[in-house]
Design a protein around this ligand. Structure first.
Ligand code: MIC
Ligand code: SF4
Length: 642
């Protein structure tokens, strides 16, 4: 039996474990990326591990999320990241250079290489055949220290593509189609590997849009073969030597196969407030649109924005619709400028913003009250736009630009001819000089790491007690996202380097009383439903609760990265044996968790104050359990060092 691309890459990077779905495998990591919102923690943790220089082939520290400079906090973080990168041998990408995933795709990602990033959309690099995964900051810190990255061996799903996109359908519609089919938890424990004759028809930016938003399926990652189009893309980026061909064997074995006829797709849109609430654009015809935002790591490439400019050229958006455009990188911006494509955007009434995440993480660009916002982003979780009752729809750049002109949803049948599919020009300007490369050898030793007052030293957590006498401090439902646990937005995200301060916002948009309640209780646990912790990789959604005294969550199922973050910070991720028992665990209930009796995969009884008990299990490995017992991964690493 032949091998999939996923199996080939994993096999080449395997340091421990067996490649049997569900079993833990340890992988050697070639590259890492961090961004500023999660990166300060990751770099503080890297410093705490105390090994000096990064031991990966390449580590890049990007500043793209927290770029607003309202007060000292974010600028101080950027300065810390710049100096710690120089000291530690990492490349630094200053604010405004671009969005980490777009920049990494253009400048550093390599087919066949492993990459982990402290951001859930790291799989964007799968568009050129990198095995790229989102991870918690601490896992990235350990990978930078040369340690393997541990994941449950994923199942491999082949997405067999036939035909070619036609008309207004785009790469975005491929992934929206899959989300509609499989839901936001349909990809958990799986890699989506694209193949079939349709692959050749998709450009690299289209592929990257698809792998980027595979994160919304809950997938471990998504990956495309590296073929002639990948080679051409890398050559145009000035790095043809990074190309290696990558394809699955003709008789490769897969755990599942999904077929998509690209020619049958039409423009789709995800409705509020989940990326899987997908319908055809035509079904919404007539609904007024208050805002359109084009950009984010999903759809901010040169081809997306060139098409946007072509659609808008010579026309004007209605005054009742705001149009915001954030190019993905300065390379994209330079190409647009060179080809005279900025002017049509400005003349149409668009606001051209910096090359950053911007409105995607609520850094400005919030819609009006109850406003309908069509965004080319990947997430439309409630409140994420910064307007709690904002109604966010997700679509391709081409759909969004067309709808901006109409000021309302319209039927694509009325849109006329779609713009031509864009290829990169023969000469692409390099922005390589804008990255700050670390000084060589001993010169790095003299770099002083500069910290500001908002950068608070890491907290030491205590070991797990033998029995946890506790209270259900909060009960929540299914599909709770890390945006529910720790909201995004300018004010809160500026506190990412300050755990005591940011912890005051834990669950603040779900239950305003949560923080004061759990403080009054002196700690507690969270009860949740299916897919708890989906979305962002932010480890603050585990660190904050831990700071407030959360020692366990009891849920029906968990999202992959959040589960790993809980383990890393010493919180027990317990699973209900009988999903129906969810109804028996009420908020405020007192209970006892026999922590010392928990063994990998066993079932223990949680005793409730009323004498009843509830059975819980876990899917922890022996190593993960030891990490939790010692109070978290940093403690475990320190224990091993001493
Ligand atoms: C996001 O899209 O939610 C973020 C902001 O990029 C996060 C990381 C973070 O919270 O800093 C992610 O996707 O991991
Ligand atoms: Fe940035 Fe948004 Fe992409 Fe997250 S999803 S990395 S916030 S652009």
């Amino acid at each position: 039996m032949g091998k999939s691309i996923t199996h080939k890459i994993i096999e080449k990077h395997l340091v421990s474990g067996e490649m049997i779905p569900g079993r833990e495998v340890g992988l050697r990591i070639d590259q890492t990326l961090t961004q500023d919102a999660t990166g300060t923690m990751a770099w503080l943790q890297f410093e705490a591990i105390n090994i000096g220089k990064v031991r990966t082939d390449l580590s890049v520290s990007y500043v793209d999320h927290n770029t607003l400079q309202m007060g000292f906090r974010n600028p101080d973080d950027h300065r810390y990241l710049r100096t710690v990168a120089a000291r530690s041998g990492a490349v630094f990408s200053p604010a405004g250079t671009g969005i980490c995933h777009q920049l990494h795709l253009e400048n550093f990602a390599k087919p066949g290489a492993t990459l982990i990033g402290s951001d859930s959309h790291t799989p964007t690099a799968g568009g050129i055949g990198s095995m790229a995964m989102g991870a918690g900051g601490l896992s990235v810190a350990l990978a930078m220290a040369g340690e393997p990255y541990f994941i449950p061996m994923p199942k491999v799903v082949k997405v067999h593509l036939t035909g070619a996109l036609t008309g207004w359908a785009q790469g975005k519609d491929v992934i929206l189609h899959l989300l509609g089919l499989l839901t936001v938890k349909g990809g958990v424990g799986k890699v989506f590997e694209y193949g079939g004759p349709g692959v050749a028809s998709l450009s690299v930016p289209d592929r990257a849009t698809i792998t980027n938003m595979g994160a919304e399926l809950g997938a471990t990652t998504s990956i495309f073969p590296a073929d002639a189009r990948t080679r051409e893309f890398l050559e145009k980026m000035g790095r043809g030597s990074d190309f290696t061909e990558l394809s699955a064997d003709a008789d490769a074995a897969y755990d599942e196969i999904i077929e998509i006829d690209l020619g049958a797709l039409e423009p789709l849109v995800a409705q509020p407030h989940m990326p899987d609430r997908v319908c055809r654009v035509s079904e919404l015809a007539g609904k007024a649109i208050d805002q359109v935002a084009i950009g984010s790591c999903t759809n901010s490439s040169y081809s997306d924005l060139k098409n946007t400019a072509q659609i808008l050229a010579g026309r004007r958006i209605p005054p009742s619709t705001d149009l915001l455009i954030s190019p993905g990188s300065k390379q994209v911006m330079k190409l647009l400028a060179r080809e005279g494509l900025i002017e049509p955007l400005l003349d149409a009434g668009a606001r051209v913003l910096e090359c950053t995440c911007g409105p995607c993480i609520g850094m400005g660009g919030s819609p009006v009250s109850a406003g309908v916002s069509v965004r080319t982003f990947n997430r439309n979780f409630e409140g994420r736009s910064g307007t709690q009752d904002g109604q966010v729809y997700l679509a391709s750049a081409q759909t969004a630009a067309r709808l901006a002109l109409d000021g309302k949803f319209t039927d694509p049948a009325t849109w006329g001819d779609a713009p031509e599919r864009v290829e990169l020009p023969a000469e692409v300007p390099s922005i390589r000089d804008l990255f700050v490369f670390p000084p060589a050898g001993d010169d790095a030793e003299s770099v002083e790491i500069l910290r500001g007052p908002n950068i608070v030293a890491l907290e030491e957590f205590d070991a797990l007690p033998a029995a946890i006498e506790t209270t259900v401090a909060l009960k929540v439902g299914d599909n709770i996202t890390t945006d529910h646990i720790l909201p995004a937005g300018a004010e809160i995200t500026a506190l990412r380097s300050n755990i005591p301060a940011i912890s005051q916002y834990i669950f603040s948009r779900v239950d305003k009383e949560f923080v004061s309640r759990i403080k009054g209780l002196g700690g507690g646990i969270i009860v949740g439903g299916e897919n708890y912790g989906q979305g962002s990789s932010r480890e603050h959604a585990a660190l904050g609760p831990r700071h407030l005294g959360v020692r366990a969550v009891i849920v029906k199922s968990l999202a992959r990265i959040h589960r790993a973050n809980l383990v890393n910070f010493g919180i027990l991720p317990l699973l209900l044996v009988e999903p129906g028992d969810y109804d028996r665990l009420e908020q405020d209930a007192s209970l006892t968790i026999p922590a010392a009796g928990i063994k990998p995969g066993n079932t223990v009884a949680i005793r409730l104050a009323n004498g009843e008990s509830v059975a819980v299990t876990n899917d922890l490995t022996k190593k993960e359990l030891e990490i939790i017992q010692s109070g978290g991964l940093l403690n475990a690493v320190r224990n091993n060092q001493s």
